[in-house]
Write a protein that binds this ligand. Sequence first.
Ligand code: FPP
Length: 257
Amino acid sequence: MTSKQVYTQLGPRHVAIIMDGNGRWAVRQGMSRSKGHFAGVEALHRTVAEAIKQGVKYLSVYAFSSENWQRPSEEVEALMILMAESLDTYAEELSAQGVRIFPIGDIMRLPESTRRKLLDAVSKTANNDILTLIVGLSYSARWEINHALHSAVQEIESGKVKISTLLSNANAIEPYLSTKDIPDPDLLIRTGGELRISNFLLYQLAYTELFFTETLWPDFDACDLQEALDSYALRHRRFGRIDTKDNNDLKEELDCL
Ligand code: FPP
């Protein structure tokens, strides 16, 4: 079995990434933090192409958290402009690659010009099906859960849904989440050396495999992604069950490659 066949067989369908370390990368090079975010966009551009090559179907990235609004206004402004400019630069190419752009978060808080470009890219890429790029923008998991609760309460109040249905099982909130039609992430990568989830996809990450790397996001490349995928391929996912199926045989095969 070739290495490609192993990964195709076991590769994650959905990879989520906390793209951390732009600021430190820039400061280390004597540049402004905004330059680090600019380099971060290029890393994202490379990673999307590499994820497509690796057969990933969903890529979730944390581009701007609800908490990031508290950064200095110059940095927030620079990030909003960068997002709009990145859409100008890359939206067409992403679309040609078959990428569907799918923002999650409180996008009404984005400046109008950024939001307009974003929604335009969303509608132009809506029918693409090679890779769905889920972009957390003004997103936090607690915001998402609160938003879901609001939607559920509205449906109860309008008589569309019964309270008993909503309380009937542990997953009943899922149809109200931003990711309702998207499978949960199989693998979460966090760059930049911090070991935390930072309010990203908290509900969806319940059984996700975690991979942390010291690599700062602007330096993240195909080798780093491969390292994360190699690590994932050796995980034994049981989802809380005791499994009769073991992947030790596969681990031996990988060790021999
Ligand atoms: C974390 O690094 C990164 C961010 C807060 C922004 C990430 C955004 C991008 C990569 C741009 C995405 C753009 C589009 C168009 C989706 P940090 O600033 O917290 O780094 P530090 O921990 O070194 O300070």
